[in-house]
Ligand binder design. Sequence first.
Ligand code: ZN
Length: 233
Amino acid sequence: MQLYQHGTLANLVPGLFGGTLSIHDLLQHGDTGIGTLSGLDGELIILNGTVFQVNAKGDVRVVDGSEMVPFANVHHADFTPVGELTAVNDAALRERLAQQLISLNVFSSVKLTGTFANVTTRAVAGQKRPYPTLKATAEAQSVFTQAEMHGTIIGYYSPKLFAGVAAPGFHLHFLSDDQQFGGHLLHADVTQANLEIQAFEDLDLHLPLADPEFQALDLDSDQIVSDIELAEK
Ligand SMILES: [Zn+2]
């Protein structure tokens, strides 16, 4: 079981938003996942080999294979059904998910399919060069809320040890069943949903070695780690 990751969250903190891997190449490593497009343009939800983008207007569209990502996680779906969650509010959700993980010391994917209430998502607007910092994009985010939604929460748990590579804890995205609503998940109360989990023994961390900006970047900064925690909350 392998998790494939292109780029690191740390790359995004100082503003390395340029795409460095094509969607076509990304999909060679998995059919399920999350990410963002070049310029930090929206939020990606990858399900059954189809890549959906939610942009800052809230529009959802299918992404072309030639488009580029600066950051994404994918894996080949082989989930284990864990059971049903009923009436779990957002405040309790992450703790309930954590309790179901095999271990907090490995990367895992979680998938919830069902009915959710008070679903709040965000999507970042695409940025132009020269790119701002990740923190500065907070002002370029749109937030969307739906009272009730049938859909899928898909995302990953990352151990705290790997802060910088990823955001510690859960990083979850949402896509509605009608494929009209989604984004980076900020809030969802679970009405009823089936939970599936997949844990990974292997992390294939793919770095944009050919990118001159990445080559020259100073990533050895405590500020980068604390900014990740702020930006991905
Ligand atoms: Zn996200």
